[in-house]
Write a protein that binds this ligand. Structure first.
Ligand SMILES: Cc1ncc(COP(=O)(O)O)c(C=O)c1O
Length: 390
């Protein structure tokens, strides 16, 4: 009787995925703010700005009409506009029929993993990396294979590393992000092309998370869409277009995957929020506004690169793109979670401990998001510097 009652209450084993630790930092920061102090938020990976005016105007206009379901794969004109974006931004032709609109890139991962892999399949991901990759794979019954990256390869998976992991136990897929989260590091065109060739030569499906494209400072980001017709490309309006809360993203997939994903998305979600799709299409007309915001990030990056070393944090990974700086704090602590907690309590600067992104070496790192204002960057460096020198 007791067993039966317990079974009725018990969550499934596959739902037992770890939480995103940044949420704990955000909650602690909110408590400090509720007590009346100002916190500089460098923990959450999202733009401080709103969606482009063009997107907001389109959404306002759409509100007076009926917001019905759309085609499961997305509003055709939005799919065509996304395809055109590939011609404009990268000079590569993409058939709009291969573009699928999704509920943020987060839903695109679920759709891609379901469409590409069977339960039990092994998928390689880089460590440090974005935690939901491994948590979503696990919840879907796949096995994330964490490939540890180092400075020697600019924190990217190389063809040799991929082949070696594949020889040990066969892989079905590999997922990379460039620019990456939490590091902000990017793969060069050559490195990306070599990895795609190696993966496809071994029959390993390639997934490219391009959510931070547009936010590249060191060199232009390359799209896997130019390098392979077999790769699955995932992108989003969340970062460059400042539309995190609108929950709209997209994928470009090989033609044979379009119908399976259509069936999956139709069953899982019917369609992507209509208002967000309308706003997203108009966001492409807000280029000048978005470029100004990007220049603000560039300036913030310059401030941190110049001033953080003077404050005592002088070791970080290549700060190529996105809006992250991943700093080594091992000179001060071997427990970045405790370090982030103390830094927040004593300086009111919030950053995310690396343990979220790297179960192996994350205890030595903190991720700072520099998507805030220029004044906040100066003030954060001053506060942290004074704290480290105390
Ligand atoms: C690397 C990376 N991929 C995907 C996502 C998911 O973003 P969204 O679902 O808002 O598109 C994030 C969010 O921070 C991210 O950092």
């Amino acid at each position: 009787m007791l067993d039966a009652a317990k079974r009725l209450m018990a969550p499934s084993a596959r739902s037992d995925v770890p939480p995103f630790m940044v949420m704990d930092v955000m909650a602690a920061a909110a408590r400090i703010e509720a007590a009346g102090s100002r916190v500089i938020h460098m923990e959450v990976g999202q733009p401080a700005a709103s969606a482009p005016t063009t997107a907001l105007d389109a959404a306002r206009a759409a509100l007076s009409g009926r917001l019905a379901y759309t085609e499961t794969l997305g509003i055709p004109s939005l799919r065509a506009r996304i395809a055109r974006h590939y011609t404009e931004a990268y000079g590569v032709e993409v058939d709009p029929g291969r573009v699928i609109v999704t509920t943020g890139s987060s839903a695109a991962f679920i759709l891609a993993f379901l469409a590409l892999f069977e339960a039990g399949d092994r998928v390689a991901i880089a460590v440090p990396g974005y935690p939901p990759y491994r948590h979503i794979l696990k919840a879907l019954g796949c096995e994330p294979v964490m490939i540890e990256t180092t400075a020697a390869t600019r924190f990217a998976i190389t063809p040799d590393m991929l082949r070696e992991a594949h020889r040990r136990t066969p892989l079905s897929g590999v997922l990379v992000a460039s620019p990456a989260n939490p590091t902000g590091t990017m793969m060069t065109r050559e490195a990306l092309a070599a990895l795609i060739d190696a993966a496809e030569g071994e029959g390993i499906r390639f997934i490219s998370d391009e959510i931070y494209h547009g936010l590249d400072y060191a060199f232009p980001a390359e799209t896997a869409a130019r390098l392979s017709g077999n790769a699955v490309i995932i992108n989003s309006f969340s970062k460059y277009f400042c539309m995190t809360g609108w929950r709209v993203g997209w994928m470009v997939v090989p033609e044979p995957l379009v119908r399976p994903i259509d069936r999956l998305q139709g069953n899982l979600a019917i369609s992507v929020p209509t208002l967000s799709q309308i706003a997203a299409a108009a966001a492409f007309d807000g280029g000048a506004e978005m470029e100004a915001i990007k220049h603000g990030y560039e300036e913030n990056r310059r401030i941190l690169l110049n001033e953080l070393p003077k404050a005592g944090l002088d070791t970080f990974l290549p700060v190529d793109g996105a809006f992250y700086l991943y700093a080594d704090v091992s000179r001060f602590s071997n427990d970045s979670f405790d370090f982030a907690k103390r830094m927040l309590n004593e300086t009111h600067v919030a950053a995310t401990p690396g343990v979220d992104f790297d179960p192996l070496h994350g205890t030595s790192f903190l991720r700072f998001c520099y998507a805030g204002s220029r004044d906040e960057m100066h003030e954060a460096v001053e506060r942290v510097g004074a704290w480290l020198r105390r």
